[in-house]
Write a protein of this length. Sequence first.
Lengths: 286, 315
Amino acid sequence: MRHDGAILWLKPFVARPIALAGLGILLATVLAAAFAHWLAPYDPYAIDPMIRLTPPNAAHWFGTDQFGRDTLSRVIQSARMALLIGSGVVVFALATGVPIGVLSALFPRLGHVLMRMVDVLMAFPALLLALGLIVILGPSVANAILAIGVGYMTTTTRIVYGLTLRLRAETYVEASRSMGAGTLWLIGKHILPNLVSPLLVQASFVFAFAQLGAASLDFLGLGAPPEIPSWGNMLAESRTFITRAPWLLFFPGMMIVATAFSLNLVGDALRDRLDPRFRQVFGEKG
Amino acid sequence: MWSYVLKRAGTTAVTLLAASVIIFAFIHVVPGDPIYVLLGDTATPDQIDALRHQFGLDRPIIVQYLTWVGHVLEGDLGRSIFFQAPVLSVIADGAETSALLATMTMIWVTIIGVPIGMIAAVRHGTWLDQGLSGGAMLMASIPTFWVGLYLILIFAAWLGWFPSSGYPSIFEGGGAANLRYLVLPSLALAAPNAALILRLTRASMLDVAREDYVRTARAKGIRPWQVVRRHILRNALLAVVSAFGFTFAALLSEAVVTETVFALPGIGRLVVQSILRRDYPVIQGVILVIVVVYLLVNLIVDLSYRLLDPRVELQ
């Protein structure tokens, strides 16, 4: 499965139009984040008290907020924070989960200790763990990534551990080992290449749930600082005006749902093309 | 069976012990010395030393930990800096709201998730199944607080059917009718979790439907709905029961946000407010209580799983 090219990766999406749509939405989000300066019709920070809380109209498609800032521009600008948090959490979860999982599976004694520690961390519900870490570290974007990331480090470690145990028992790995292959060779040649596809599945689910986690932290006022536009922060601010300005509630929320839903669709499509032996390692929750 | 119960209880106790070290350490790594918080900026070094001695903070860390564990076992979780009251009683005040919210949510999750998951599985591969499964994935992608805010907007602000926030105890005036305050919050909290249970019910029914005994039952000429009811559903629900454990955990986490949205006087909102007030003993106490509840629920779920399904291998 290492040798399949881009065509094979696209196959599950062509067969499933809704997953293709998900991929399209994600691409649009990435483009919005990359070209926010050109795409945003107004300065997302520009305050204009004359037009505060204006409903959606021809000049301001998504309306304006309580400071007269353009909601569409802020929604576009916020895509940056969404991608930053999502990719940050994925990178953190993989950078910690993969080494811990692989080493635990290859060295059972070390693994026994490490996996017990993972179990202990898993005794803390994810958002609670994140809140505890935010209390210790203080609220900031980097700390939000870390706080959410720790929760997914544990699930990623579990999955990598399970997959590596399966791979280690494969005949070709045994054969390679009996011919004198060292541990590093085994990891580089047989283990890691086979982990790429399942980890891509895991990454898309982690990215999706990181969006929801970050939105929750922002909403509680414990995530990105309020002056940074993010969909969660926009929703937190909209709360006071929900009856007067329901559009402030609608658009940022729709963006969170659209990205999380798209990532879930993509993850699902990738999971279905996964090697059947690996599929059962993934629970429904991802 | 009993050896399994003991072993499983033993693992839970070890995990709890290890978790307690982390929870104990929490109060020592948070920014700001608790002594300074209590005494303020004007304290003299002598006063600080005296108070430090009074609280036992000058003793070796291991002694401090053991003292803390001893107090916890006696039900003493420390004193809230903000409320100037024992942490345990502060938590107990929020327990009714949170317990009722969790119960109502689990009822919604069960009566929405399981039957719809069954329908999707029975109509496997049809447009109905794809619609229901897709809808479930959509629900799992929606932040609970957003659902909550929309429920407030539609059912409280526009239609006026339910109150938008707060919750008076059922033991106060109004009695059981006060439960209407929890209808919208529990629905918001149930949405993503019902979606997960729906997908799980569907997946596990499809798994069981592939078993040999189901084929045998069909070959014997048993009516299709009888096969679904007696052979597939019964066995498929076992997997669902075990999922109630992690659903409950997800629920404890998400309740933090939901209770904040609906301004419910529960444990979840207490955590958020305590964070903003820097009331560290309360945060520590709530984390401890929730971890204990979570581990106990998982233990009970595991053991009941074993009771319900004699085929499960004892390890």
